[in-house]
Structures are given as structure tokens and as C-alpha cells.
Design a protein around this ligand. Structure first.
Ligand code: TYM
Length: 331
């Protein structure tokens, strides 16, 4: 059976980008046809300046939202990264296989370290080595497919390179994974700045639809989305990024194609209105389920405990094999 692994990082409230770019496929496709693991990758949240209480809160909220979105613990494994030691154990070995140069080439490292320096802050070493930990997340489970949004493709490519290199040097140990991206909405853009990604860690609230935004807040954000100066509704990501973003969001919500939808609209106003309603409808059941789950915190704890146990059992043999292959004495 195909093994699928993916994760979300608790550095901010989850957004429509996380949902349309990744989570929705996990719920509707992956958990039904694969042996799938979904993880709240809390260790990754420590790679930037962080508040411990906030990371704890966001980790719990992220896990709750995964279940609220429809992940079923009877069908897939939902867990928290730091509950399974194999991730950190394997990450160190992969740091010994990766090079400094390939880590520094990562776009997210370049962007985030520049931003951090501009703010006058310091760049944590773990921000540089982050892709080794992410590769460990994936490789520990002999993952075949990694369903992610476009921004994670480069990291998954690196995980592939490390798997191939490790296997060549030390003997076949890892499955070589591949990234799977959604056909539409692989990169949902900020509604106020449609050339930038809608990212949960950014602080510009009005351009970001959060999964827990009230319907009226969603409507307001979508209706105020920055569009382009043209009049006609055409799908052109390069020339008309604001409009293209709305068409992609609407298409993703309805399971249609953005080009086809563009032909249905004569004005920006009508498109915005339909997009706002489509987003509200997609979020409604998720928000209802989230409220129910919050009323029963014991349920989430049980799911995460069982998930970590199952995940550990899957990862340990592979990570042990990697320790032996690379030359470490068995304990
Ligand atoms: P994270 O937490 O930033 O995002 C979680 C998932 O959401 C996707 N995504 C988007 N897709 C479309 N448009 C957007 N605006 C948008 N914003 C986010 C991301 O591509 C991702 O699929 N490094 C990862 C977490 C991670 C991981 C892993 C993923 C750690 N280890 C192993 C897969 C496998 C991250 O920061 O995702």
C-alpha cells in the first residue's frame, strides 16, 4: 500500500492556503487510498523566535483542526512530531549526509533568514538544518508520496536527494519519496498582496483567511481582496495575479477549473461574492466540528497518544536500520 506522510507546522493559525493546498487532499483522497500519516511538526516551530505557550496552544489547535477537517483516526495516523523520537534521531544522520551548500540554497531559508536579519534578530542554526529534519520526517516512514503545497516542493526534492545519496553510500535503506501537489490552489496568495503566498506566519491579517475566521470576517476579507485594474474576468496568473487567485480559490472550493470559471463572470464584484460564499461553505462544517472537538479535549489527547505509538512502531525499524547502515554500533 502506498505510504503517505505530510505535516503542518504550528507557527500560526492555519489558513485557507493550508487547507486548499494540502489538508483537503489528505481528507478527501489520501486517508482513503493510502497508509497515511499526518503530523503536527512542532519541532519545526522552534526554528524561529517562539513563545513556548503559543507553540503548545497552536500544536493542540493544529491537531484539532486536522480532525475537524475530516481526518479520521481510524483511517490514518495523526500525531505530534516531538512525541516520536525517531524524527530527531534520524535528522542528525541526514545532517551528516547533506551539505552546507545544499541547505543554504533552500528558498525558504534565504527568505526567512533575510527577514529575521532585517528585523535585527538572529538566525537560529535550526532554521538552516530544518530541511534535514523535514527529510527525516518523510524518510523515517519509507514514505512514497508527500502531498504538499508548492512552497514545500524544494524541501521534498532535497529529501529525495538525501535518500538516494544515503542508499548509494550505505546500502538501500530509504524509499525515495515524491511530492504530490494539488492541480489548483497549490499556491494560494495573500488577498492584499497577491504576489506573496498566503502564509500563516506572516502578520498581515486582512489578506489571510484563517480556518477559524467567522463567516462575516471571511466575507469582508474576500470582498476587499486586491484585484487588478482591468475590467474583464480572465485567468492569467502573471498579468492578473489578484484575479487569478480568486478564480483559483473558487475553483478549488467547487472542484472546478479556473479557466472555465472565468468565462462565467462579467464583473469582479460577482466573482468576489461567489468566492466569499464558497469559502464560507467550505469552512462551515470544519468550524462546527472544531467546536465539538474543543468541548472534549480528552478525545484529542487519546488520538494523539495512540497516533504517536503507532507512528513510533512504524519509524523505529527504519531508523534503526539507518543507524546500523551508517556505521554505528548496535546498542
Ligand atoms: P506549513 O505548515 O507551512 O504548511 C502546511 C501545508 O500547507 C501548504 N501551504 C499552502 N498551500 C497552498 N497555498 C498556500 N498559501 C499555502 N501555505 C501553506 C504547505 O505547502 C504544506 O503542504 N515544512 C512544512 C511542514 C513539514 C512537512 C514535513 C510537510 C515538516 N515536515 C514533512 C511534509 C512532509 C511546512 O512548513 O508546512
Amino acid at each position: 500500500m502506498t505510504r503517505v506522510f505530510s505535516g503542518i507546522k504550528p507557527t500560526g493559525h492555519l489558513t485557507l492556503g493550508n487547507y486548499l493546498g494540502a489538508m483537503r487532499r489528505w481528507v478527501t483522497v489520501d486517508q482513503h487510498r493510502a497508509d497515511a500519516l499526518f503530523c503536527v511538526v512542532d519541532l519545526h516551530a522552534l526554528t524561529v523566535d517562539h513563545d513556548p505557550a503559543r507553540v503548545r496552544r497552536l500544536s493542540r489547535q493544529g491537531a484539532t483542526l486536522l480532525l475537524a477537517a475530516g481526518l479520521d483516526p481510524q483511517r490514518c495516523t495523526v500525531f505530534v512530531q516531538s512525541h516520536v523520537d525517531e524524527h530527531a534521531r534520524l535528522s542528525y544522520l541526514l545532517e551528516c549526509v547533506a551539505t552546507d551548500g545544499e541547505m543554504r540554497r533552500m528558498i525558504q531559508y534565504k527568505e526567512k533568514s533575510r527577514r529575521e536579519q532585517e528585523r535585527g534578530g538572529s538566525v537560529r542554526l535550526s532554521l538552516l538544518t530544518y530541511p534535514a529534519l523535514m527529510a527525516a520526517d518523510i524518510l523515517a516512514y519509507r514514505t512514497d508520496e508527500v502531498p504538499v503545497g508548492e512552497d514545500q516542493t524544494q524541501h521534498v526534492e532535497l529529501a529525495r536527494d538525501l535518500a538516494v545519496r544515503f542508499n548509494q553510500r550505505y546500502g538501500h535503506t530509504f524509499t525515495v519519496p515524491r511530492a504530490i501537489r494539488p492541480e489548483v490552489a497549490a499556491r494560494v496568495m495573500n488577498l492584499q498582496d497577491p504576489v506573496s503566498k498566503m502564509g500563516k506566519s506572516e502578520d498581515s491579517g486582512p489578506g489571510i483567511v484563517y480556518l477559524l475566521d467567522e463567516p462575516d470576517v471571511v466575507r469582508k476579507k474576500v470582498m476587499r481582496a486586491v484585484t487588478d485594474s482591468g475590467q474583464d474576468v480572465v485567468y492569467d496568473r502573471r498579468e492578473r495575479p489578484g484575479l487569478a487567485n480568486l478564480l483559483e480559490i473558487l475553483a478549488a472550493c467547487r472542484g472546478e477549473e479556473p479557466e472555465r470559471l472565468s468565462g462565467e463572470y462579467g464583473s469582479y464584484g460577482a466573482l468576489k461574492k461567489d468566492t466569499a460564499e464558497a469559502v464560507v461553505e467550505v469552512l462551515r462544517p470544519l468550524q462546527e466540528r472544531h467546536r465539538e472537538l474543543c468541548a472534549d479535549p480528552g478525545y484529542l489527547e487519546g488520538v494523539l497518544r495512540a497516533g504517536a505509538e503507532r507512528a513510533s512502531g512504524m519509524a523505529r525499524p527504519t531508523v534503526d536500520a539507518a543507524y546500523r547502515a551508517i556505521g554505528l554500533l548496535p546498542a
